[in-house]
Design a protein around this ligand. Sequence first.
Ligand SMILES: *[C@@H]1O[C@H](CO)[C@@H](O)[C@H](O)[C@H]1NC(C)=O
Ligand SMILES: *[C@@H]1O[C@H](CO)[C@@H](O)[C@H](O)[C@H]1NC(C)=O
Ligand SMILES: *[C@@H]1O[C@H](CO)[C@@H](O)[C@H](O)[C@H]1NC(C)=O
Ligand SMILES: *[C@@H]1O[C@H](CO)[C@@H](O)[C@H](O)[C@H]1NC(C)=O
Length: 356
Amino acid sequence: MARRQARRHGDGRWLPWLGLALLPLAVPPAAAPPGGCPSACYCVATPELEQCRYERLEEPPQELPAAVHNLSIVGSNLSVLRRAAFAARPLRQLRLLRLHHDNIQAIEDMALQGLPALRTLDLSHNPLLSVAAGAFGGAPLLRTLQLNQALLAAPLEEQLALALGNLSLRRLELAGNGLRALPAALLPAGLEELDLRNNSLQRLGAAELHSLEAPGLRKLRVSLGANPLRCDCALRPLLAWLRGAAAGRVPDARSLRCAGPPSLRGAVLLRLRPEALGCEGGEPGELETASYVFFGIVLALIGVVFLMVLYLNRRGIKRWLHNLREACRDQMEGYHYRYEQDADPRRASAAGPAGL
Ligand SMILES: *[C@@H]1O[C@H](CO)[C@@H](O)[C@H](O)[C@H]1NC(C)=O
Ligand SMILES: *[C@@H]1O[C@H](CO)[C@@H](O)[C@H](O)[C@H]1NC(C)=O
Ligand SMILES: *[C@@H]1O[C@H](CO)[C@@H](O)[C@H](O)[C@H]1NC(C)=O
Ligand SMILES: *[C@@H]1O[C@H](CO)[C@@H](O)[C@H](O)[C@H]1NC(C)=O
């Protein structure tokens, strides 16, 4: 993201102006550090004019044309964005404020006072340590907040949750922040786009997915690329969500790939079959094992009962067997007898007179 913006700065409409200013130096674009300046610089744009100065600032610049629409300060050392830092000369037209790579560590209450039209604030690539609850209070129209690689220096979620609570943000960028879970507390109602690419998410669990279905977040689209997704049993809820209700809510869903386990590394998430997630050890697997065990116990019980019945009835059974054997023997003897009689006519004829 940052790189793309950097390139936009470098290759875009800024280039003719930069080229003129730097003709003698002939700085190759590849050498440009983040932000598109050959070194620390700040650029202002009014509808008529775009202008950069190569200067490393310690404070936001004080002397700016009132008609400034865009202001970008890159590679400076601003350290602390103080209360009313921009209020000495209010910039009523300012819509975009880009403060990239400026070593900003703290943002005080009402730091954006004097910027009533501000729509987009980019604080990416700063080692933020503290953000006051009213940090963005002076910018009621703020819609896009970019905090890519800005939350790596300290755990800031609680402070940010307070600071963002009153805003009507539409787009929030949190790429490259090492996040391990959905920062649900940071999502103001009405948010429409959330960039979570290049974090440390292994999955989104059922509870996290549920929080994305809150009434204020139904329109939210979440980018999840470049996270170390772990394709094991615990990924099932996310996979089901991606395939079902969330179709379209994760713009980069088709490009998501497994980062682990090793056997599935690189596999396309949406092409995984449910069996591939290997759920033996997981919850559903346990359920299956349990039902097998139950089935086995029932079978064993039936067997034991059967044996008991046999045992308790052993006399009766013996008697019954005995009777059966007797009956059989009688029958067989009868047959035998008749057979012998029928088989030997001489004996039969001989027996006749003998019987007589
Ligand atoms: C300010 O920046 C935005 C976004 O980069 C751009 O669309 C717009 O044209 C810029 N405005 C001016 C006056 O340069
Ligand atoms: C940035 O500014 C602070 C004080 O504002 C200073 O202590 C620090 O050394 C500066 N850092 C650099 C790299 O110039
Ligand atoms: C949030 O807004 C309410 C009223 O809209 C206000 O009373 C409160 O001070 C605001 N909080 C912050 C941190 O700006
Ligand atoms: C991803 O984020 C890390 C910091 O979390 C950063 O060092 C790395 O450059 C980022 N990668 C990309 C491609 O932006």
